[in-house]
Each structure stands twice: as C-alpha cells, then as structure tokens.
Design a protein around this ligand. Structure first.
Ligand code: FES
Ligand SMILES: [Fe+2]
Length: 406
C-alpha cells in the first residue's frame, strides 16, 4: 500500500508515494532509501546519498562490542557497598572496596546460581546469601562455611567471572568484550580533566527501546522543536536553519566549537559563551559550555543496554566549583531541569516503542538532520568489525558541513 511521505513545506520534500514494502528493513537487507522517492534534494556539497544507510546493518540488533558502558555514578557507590544491575542482558555486581577500588563481577554464584548482590559485602569480600560462600573482588572463592576441618577444596579454582571496571570523572564504567586486557579508552566528558574542579550530579531514566533507537534519538536535532517545548527552553515551533561543521573524533565525532543559537537558554549566560558537542560509542553524547576560555558546564549522556529491549540513560552534569556549599542547592535545580528535558525524550521513546513492537527494524535516516544517526550505525559496524578481526578501527565519519532546520 502506498503512503504519502511528506509535505511540500519549505525545506521539505514534495509529496511522493513510497512503496510501504520497501520501508521494511530485514536483517541483511538494505533499508528504504527515501531519497529520490521523497524528492529530497541531493546536496552537491557532500555528494552523499540522502537518507542513505550502511549496508548490512539491522537497527535494533546487537550491541557495540569491546566497549565500556556506564554502570553507576561513583558517589552512589560508597566504600563497602555493592549494587546488582542487568547490563547488556547480563547480571553484573558492581562494588567498591573499603580501599576505594571499584570492581565488577558476574552476579551469579557459581555454586547454585543465586544473585551474589542479594548477600552481604564487608568492603573486602562478597558473601552469597544461600550457603555463605565468599568471594573476593577478583571473583575468587575464599571460603565455604560448610567444609569441615577434614574436608578440603581448592577454593582458588572456584571463581565467578569478572569484568574490567574503571572509575573515570566520578563515574563507574564496566567493559564488555573479547579483549579485557586491552580495552579502549573510557568515554569522557569534554574539558573537565578528572573532574576534581567540578561538582556533579547524575540523572537516570529507563527507556523502553533497544539502544540503537535511543542513540539515534540522542543525536537527532530535528525533534527538538517538537518535543522539547518548554518556557525555559523553546517557546514555539520557531524553526531556524542551522549549519554545523562535524569532524571525526575518537570513536565518534565532534561538532566544531560554536556560539549557541540565539533561542538557546545558554544565551542567557552571555555572548562570550561557546558550545562544543560530540558523540562517542557506544551511545554517549557529550557537550560542554566554555565561558571566557574555561569549561563552566559539561555533560555526558550515556546509554547502557539493560537488554535488547530496554536501555538505561544516565546523564551526568558537571559544573565548575564556585562558592563552597552551593552544590547541595544546585543539585535539585539541575535534577529538575534535566529530568524535565529527558522525560520529554522518554515520552517519545514510549510512543516509538508501541510501534517498534510491530516492526522493530523500521528506521530511516534523512540527510542532513539524520546523517549523525547514519554515522552511529556506520561507527557501530566498523567498530564491531575491528573488534572481531583485530584490524585497526578506521572512523567512517568524514568531515562534513550539515544543514537542517530546527
Ligand atoms: S548458591 Fe551461593 S553459596 Fe550456594
Ligand atoms: Fe531530545
């Protein structure tokens, strides 16, 4: 059945008929390219196919491998505490020893499969709640209480799997992949070093979709005037043309430093403010505001799959330390605005999920607003191929100037 694809509003495609069958992306099949069909004008500047999509990619399938994933805010994991989480479909226990070191292990007791995080942790060893077996932070069994003096077991042969775990800029990350001895760098927020000169707070939301869809939404600018309508952000659907320069950067890209747009709340801070935005695999949007040459505000929004249908979003805001004692006042205000903003994205994700259950591989990326979404899939594909083959990763993003209305 044919569908009407779009209106003939300025900057949009003329109404054209799209074959619905070609909208369906099956594994290994090229998705619909709504370019010529939708009348999207190809721009000679980039020479790329509008609405194009990397071949052999099935959105909503698989995760970025050989990668660090945000686990928990460091300040939520005090010494002697542990937390059990599901990450990438696996049960993971994350803990902090009394000496401050963080660790991660499979949250399944190798004895009879009870969650270790339901037991006790004394800041040194985890004790399983079922039969009291104890494990150190390397996952090695140190004690089996039921053994008598005459019974011996080689405890060091009893282990639960561990994961590389690292604390960077005040956040705890866990590595998943086939090269635990050679992991890549942890994704980092811009311009804050180790975070020592900054206050921070983390906001957490659960989104109902596979990480791919949430990652695309995270870097999508076209939804902003439609979804993020608020008196303190944008008052109306007042679309403006934007031009931004993108360059490849680490495992993603960066938007070259620029002045925030006139209708941005950031403009309230003053004219000498600059904005820098970037993206990193596996699904991290990073942004900072620079005032007078110094980073004053920085943030990282990190997506972590809970499983292939649910994603945890953690947004950490860093702001420069100013007046001592102001942080407790700032935290609820920042939490209010960040939660309000991200909840609008969550509302959309919930609407999207209702449709995705009917055709979970439907996705289209239209240039230029959708080009970063396509780059995400190209990055994930290139990164996974590199991780599996051992060949060096070549960032597929090309320096580009993108234009869109938002
Ligand atoms: S199941 Fe953990 S000690 Fe038995
Ligand atoms: Fe958004």
């Amino acid at each position: 059945m044919p569908l009407i694809s779009s209106s003939s509003a300025p900057g949009r495609a003329n109404a054209e008929l799209i074959d619905q069958d070609r909208n369906v992306l099956e594994p290994g099949r090229q998705p619909l390219i709504a370019d010529q069909e939708a009348g999207v004008e190809e721009r000679a500047s980039s020479g790329e196919n509008p609405a194009n999509f990397p071949q052999g990619v099935a959105p909503g399938v698989g995760f970025t491998e050989h990668m660090w994933y945000f686990a928990v805010a460091g300040d939520q994991l005090k010494p002697g505490k542990m937390v059990g989480k599901t990450m990438l479909g696996k049960l993971v226990l994350i803990g902090r020893r009394n000496d401050g070191a963080v660790f991660a292990m499979e949250d399944i007791c190798p004895h009879q499969a009870v969650q270790l995080s339901a037991g006790r942790f004394d800041g040194c060893e985890v004790e399983c709640p079922f039969h009291g077996w104890r494990f150190d932070s390397q996952g090695v069994c140190t004690s089996i209480p039921s053994l008598t003096n005459s019974q011996c077991a080689k405890l060091c042969n009893i282990k639960t799997k561990t994961y590389p775990c690292r604390e960077e800029q005040g956040s705890v990350w866990v590595y998943f992949g086939n090269q635990p001895d050679n992991p890549p760098p942890v994704p980092r927020a811009f311009g804050i070093g180790d975070g020592a000169g900054f206050e921070k707070t983390t906001t957490t939301l659960i989104l109902p979709n596979h990480i791919d869809y949430n990652a695309v939404a995270l870097i999508d600018t076209a939804h902003v005037p439609f979804v993020h309508n608020a008196w303190w952000w944008r008052s109306s659907r007042n679309l403006k043309e934007k031009t931004k320069r993108y360059v490849p950067d680490e495992t993603g890209w960066a938007i070259v430093k620029h002045k925030p747009s006139k209708h941005s709340i950031y403009k309230l801070i003053g004219d000498s403010i600059e904005d820098e935005i970037g993206f990193r695999l596996p699904g991290c949007r990073i942004e900072r505001l620079i005032y007078g040459g110094r980073t004053v505000l920085s943030g990282i929004t990190a997506l972590t799959p809970i499983d292939d249908k649910t994603t945890e979003l953690n947004h950490t805001t860093y702001w420069i330390k100013t007046i001592p004692g102001i942080a407790p006042l700032a935290v609820p205000i920042i939490q209010y605005f960040v939660t309000a903003f991200l909840s609008q994205d969550k509302d959309m994700a919930e609407l999207q999920q209702k449709c995705l259950v009917h055709n979970p591989r439907l996705i289209m990326t239209i240039k230029d607003a959708g080009t970063p979404g396509r780059w995400y899939f190209e990055l994930k594909k290139a990164w996974n191929e590199s991780a599996r083959s051992g060949k060096p990763f070549v960032n597929p993003v090309k320096p580009s100037t993108l234009q869109w209305r938002t």
